[in-house]
Write a new protein. Structure first.
Length: 341
């Protein structure tokens, strides 16, 4: 599909130098100032489209409830703001809308228009985030062939896993959210983005973007962030600048090797290295069966009256190839009384 580009004025905040925090509700009851500086700049608007294969419902993806995303309603637009794949030094805001068997993607970029390589990188990144980068029709047919999967899949045939925007952002979330309630992690991410990142007005709603690696390296103490987390975040920024958190690079590696490498980063252990690899690189078939709530959902769906051993679980998952990741996420997300991750 061709992309079209034009410019229009839009508010984009870059409060990266004042070091003051906005007033954001927080379970930790941190007292912070209530105002932050912002500047108005001109964004370039690029419009492109992504093809859909198989049943797909953007609403199901947008409202999955994953990481920092916590939407409670859907007005037809999935809003995303993130650091563009590559060196992660360019921030963009995205409005995604489903129109039949297409997803229209409107991209707001500060400064110069996206060039052709950046537009292609953006298309690949959005497709990866909303799981349009694999054959959805093949996934649909595989689910229909298994009576158990067909029953779960039938609850929301258009469901696809929602991913982190990039390994860089998944790593940031891992450090920010470790050993705290998810809601507190969401609040702290918002505070960091307010102070050192950017915001875009997307279809009438202010949407925050995390800091670029260079901005993150300049970040000082953050209200609510334990002191030992700041050097860990700086290490994430340095790894991104070295290209170690490139999504395609990590995806090209065996998942186990990628996880071992990521564990060299301070604060990233086995759990979070798996989260980064499985939930941000775009794998559809990497086994991800260790999470307790996923195992419980699988056991319940298949009517197993005992706790599945690792051997039993991996043998069952063999029947889900080449979509073991998608099935595992679907089983948890569509399970009765499922909760956001």
């Amino acid at each position: 599909m061709r992309a079209t580009t034009f410019s229009r004025p839009a508010a984009l905040a870059h409060p990266q130098s004042n070091g003051r925090s906005p007033d954001i509700p927080d379970e930790e009851s941190v007292s912070v100032p209530s105002q932050t500086d912002s500047v108005t700049t001109t964004t370039q608007l690029t419009t492109t489209q992504l093809d859909i294969s198989g049943p797909f419902d953007l609403q199901q993806v947008a409202m999955m409830g994953f990481g920092h995303r916590d939407e409670r309603s859907f007005d037809g637009v999935m809003r995303m703001a993130f650091c563009l794949d590559g060196d992660y030094e360019r921030q963009v805001g995205v409005e995604a809308t489903q129109i039949g068997d297409l997803v229209e993607v409107r991209v707001h970029a500060a400064g110069d228009p996206l060039n052709d390589p950046e537009t292609e990188a953006l298309r690949k990144q959005v497709a990866r985030v909303i799981s349009l980068d694999h054959d959805g029709e093949a996934f649909h047919q595989m689910c229909l062939a298994d009576p158990v999967l067909a029953r779960v899949h039938g609850r929301a045939p258009g469901f696809r896993p929602a991913l982190f925007y990039s390994p860089y952002e998944a790593a940031l979330w891992s450090i920010i959210s470790a050993r705290r309630a998810r809601g507190q992690g969401i609040t702290l991410r918002a505070r960091m983005s307010e102070m050192y990142g950017a915001d875009f007005e997307l279809s009438g709603i202010r949407t925050l973007c995390v800091p670029t690696p260079s901005a993150l390296l300049a970040m000082g103490p953050l209200p609510g962030l334990p002191a030992d987390r700041l050097p860990r975040l700086h290490a994430i920024a340095e790894a991104a600048q070295r290209g170690e958190l490139d999504a395609e690079r990590l995806r090209s590696m065996p998942p186990e090797d990628a996880q071992v490498e990521l564990q060299q980063l301070p604060g990233i252990g086995p759990f979070y290295s798996s989260l980064i690899v499985i939930r941000s690189c775009g794998h559809a078939d990497a086994p991800s069966l260790g999470e307790p709530r996923s195992r419980e959902a699988i056991q319940h769906a298949y009517g197993v009256d005992h706790e599945l051993s690792d051997a039993e679980l991996f043998a069952l998952a063999e029947t889900w190839r080449p979509f073991r990741t998608w099935v595992t996420v679907m089983m948890r997300a569509l399970a009765p009384n499922s909760t956001a991750e």
